[in-house]
Design a protein around this ligand. Sequence first.
Ligand code: MG
Length: 247
Amino acid sequence: MIYLKSPAQIAAMKKSGAILRDLLCAIEERVKPGVSTKKLDEFAYEFITKHNAKPSFLGYGGFPASICASIDEVVVHGIPGHRRLEEGQIIGIDVGAVLDGWQSDAARTFAVGEISQEKRRLVDTTRESFFKGVEQFRQGGRLGDISHAIQQYNEERGFSVVRAMVGHGIGRKMHEDPQVPNFGSAGHGIKLEEGLVLAIEPMINLGTWQVKTLDDGWTCVTTDGKPSAHYENTVALTEHGTEILTL
Ligand code: MG
């Protein structure tokens, strides 16, 4: 069931999204060698609650933290802990907030100090592919147009697209219909229409697209141990075109 949102509802989601936008900027400044992912998680919890919102990941399916912190070969769902960041790593920070009943969801991948050219290309391409997808989020288009644009942009540059996890509709619930794969065929899937709000989130690997979940039941890693990047925003389709609610 897809729930289309009214302009007033999208405005409410934008308030929720603004918290994540500001939080992720603040976290970027705190991503440095020696900082533990737990510290970043504590900062996120305080930031979100200080803004009268709730961290949507905390307790979701039993997840123990407010952010996912996914280092290098961890694709998504890394659990924050005492591990300290090291120069040359990349870290994906994924976070959700709920304000006045409205969810928002966003992720960035940050560099810890200086990173290799290979990782830089991966991070940049992942982010750029999100915007290629957003270009296709328009009335009269199909969901597959978004998926295809993201897949093509990454694969043309030699990267691979994770299949096991996808983006999603978002609103009163964090995960609503439809699913938004980062791979697919243009011209296929549901029609894109005003009021649709999607979390578009390319998860892109340097090596194989294949992933597995570790024994903790959460941490999702690449099977070849090569790095992975993630970039996500909550995006609404309005009568004026797309509006990115978390940027
Ligand atoms: Mg998401």
